[in-house]
Write a protein that binds this ligand. Sequence first.
Ligand code: AHR
Length: 506
Amino acid sequence: MTTFTKLGAGETPLIEVDARKKLSKIDPMTYGGFTEHMGRCIYGGIYDPGSPLSDEQGFHKDVVSALQELEIPVVRYPGGNFVATYHWAEGVGPRDQRPKRPELAWLGVESNQFGTDEFMAWLDVLSAGRQDGTRVEPYLCLNMGTGTLDEALAWVEYCNGTRDTYWANKRRENGHPEPYRVKYWALGNEIWGPWQVEQMTQEDYAKKAAQWAKALRLLDPDLVLILCGEDGTGASSWDHYVLDRCVGVVDMHSIHIYTADGGDHVKNATAPLSAERAIEMTGALIDLARVRNKVPASKPPTKICFDEWNVWDPVRAPGEQGAEEAYTLSDALAVAVWLNVFVRQSRYIGMANIAQTVNVISPLMTSPDGITKQATWWPLLLFSRYMRGWTVACHVTAGAYDGPTNPEWLQGTLEHGAPWLDVSASVDEEGMVSLVVVNISETDDCVVDLKGVGQEVTAFKVSGDNVKVTNVAGEEKVKLTEEKWDGKGKYTFSKHSITMLRWAGA
Ligand code: AHR
């Protein structure tokens, strides 16, 4: 939680951090990924058999090492819109017997050469690099478009079955004696969207989701089930309606938002504040649904699963053409604001998944020669590495932007405008405090008084010459630098930069 007051005449900007005031836990699942059968995410991204850059299983080695740096805790799969016509059983078993199918979300052909077993094997490879010995959790999305409940049950049985049953035995036949223990399952994806194969009304979806949840839990009571929400803003009645009908039978509620404004840097960088409002509104809708349905307080909080978020302009980078964005420094600032939002609102967030993990609207790109870390890679790396533990109390006194926003409604919901300094702070298990300050201004450095900061401070900074620079074609124009600061006097947050100050708390 960060509170804000607008700078008065003659005042110096001020950031006050109180790391003793731990407000809410930051769920490690906040730094999740998402891999969809779309463009070059799976084929040519994480899976590229025959490439000299791949291992014996066909997994791109540089991609694995890069993602291991991020310590990704969970990966959502296989879509996205793709899942609405995906029949998982066609993607397991001998590869030469897997059918090729027309793919109706992105209008390609699905070869089924990469399926559930390959995904799990890839996660094993990723998990091998984890420092804490935990595994990267799979999060599977069920086909509630052309898929049936029988197919969904069979998939859960294939992944998790331990008894002598047909699909559990199929998994064993396919060389996987141990169950995959997949805990996280989404009840469909963006079912409300007119672009979906088998779009549904809120009434039809809520009824079906509740029925599916009941059946899935009969098969495996330990599943964490995620309801398909919309954007959480309440602009349509979908989130309210489906929560009201299903809050008692699901564990999390999914929402998706993409932000962008390629033409205007300030609108682009402040747009993620609309997601902050959406999180607060969804939190209220969840509470409302729990109250109305008399959900007992003993049922754990129903968290938000923000399982698609990022900067994406689908006109600039159309989905049917692979959605390959060339991210600018402005986009990196926007991603840092997105991540500040998740930290500030950590009390509501059970999981978040950047869409997507490789090539498709991604901070990480592959080419025949290797990988490129885009501008948006740096904020993601800093946050996933250091913004862990608890959100702590923080107050910002700074100037604010009060011009037009994208979406337009955003400015009307901001009491004092959008602060030029977007800030969040955390303290981790070891007592290390991290303060992230995004100076959104394209033109002005900001000299700030800081209270509550330690004396031996590491300052990480991400910036570039101007807000339009990118890291494509192997040129690193958006860089991460690191220096030491003694914590004395004022600190200058340079224009269009992301700064993380990090010190040992008292
Ligand atoms: O991430 C790209 C697409 O955006 C996903 O397939 C879909 O769920 C969303 O509309």
